[in-house]
Design a protein around this ligand. Structure first.
Ligand code: NI
Length: 167
């Protein structure tokens, strides 16, 4: 297993649009394991492949208290959205920044697991928010891009300064 490097906003590579996974080989299984290890090490609840500079439609998540319920979503698609909810979101690619974002309250998702087997689920609460946040990453979108241009610029300046000071 290996820890992967997490791209930091405003890295342009976070705007890459991920491609669908077509082959469920050992390479994908290793990547999923490495992504999970990277997410646990960074104490995140979700990680999209885009964030580790792999532009394939893969997301790992674990919302459990005990950190032992890994969820893997490959080629995920949201087929239904309903309601509106706000939540103060954070992101491993935007460390130390927490901002309120609007999301759909309830969603239905279709995806494949790491073996290429299809599954679907209805989600609400934090699970629905997290899935929408991670799917945005696969589409090249970071949560701070929902904020006003002024706020985005402030965050960019802050993070660039931090990177300069701690390269
Ligand atoms: Ni994120």
């Amino acid at each position: 297993m290996a820890l992967l490097n997490i791209l930091q906003y405003p890295d342009e590579r976070l705007h890459t649009i991920a491609q669908s996974v077509t082959e469920f080989d050992d390479h994908i299984k290793t990547l999923v394991r490495d992504m999970a290890e990277t997410m646990y090490e960074a104490r995140g609840i979700g990680l999209a492949a885009t964030q580790v500079n792999v532009h394939q439609r893969i997301v790992v998540m674990d919302l459990s208290e005990e950190r032992n319920q890994l969820q893997v979503f490959i080629n995920p698609v949201i087929t239904f959205k309903e309601g509106d909810v706000t939540y103060e979101e954070g992101c491993l690619s935007v460390p130390g920044i927490y901002e309120t974002v609007h999301r759909a309250e309830r969603i239905h998702v279709q995806a494949l697991n790491e073996h290429g087997e299809p599954f679907e689920l209805d989600a609400d609460g934090l699970l629905a928010i997290c899935i929408q946040h991670e799917l945005d990453h696969l589409a090249g979108k970071v949560f701070v891009e929902y904020l006003s241009p002024l706020k985005q610029n402030r965050i960019k300046t802050k993070l660039k300064k931090r990177i300069r000071e701690n390269p």
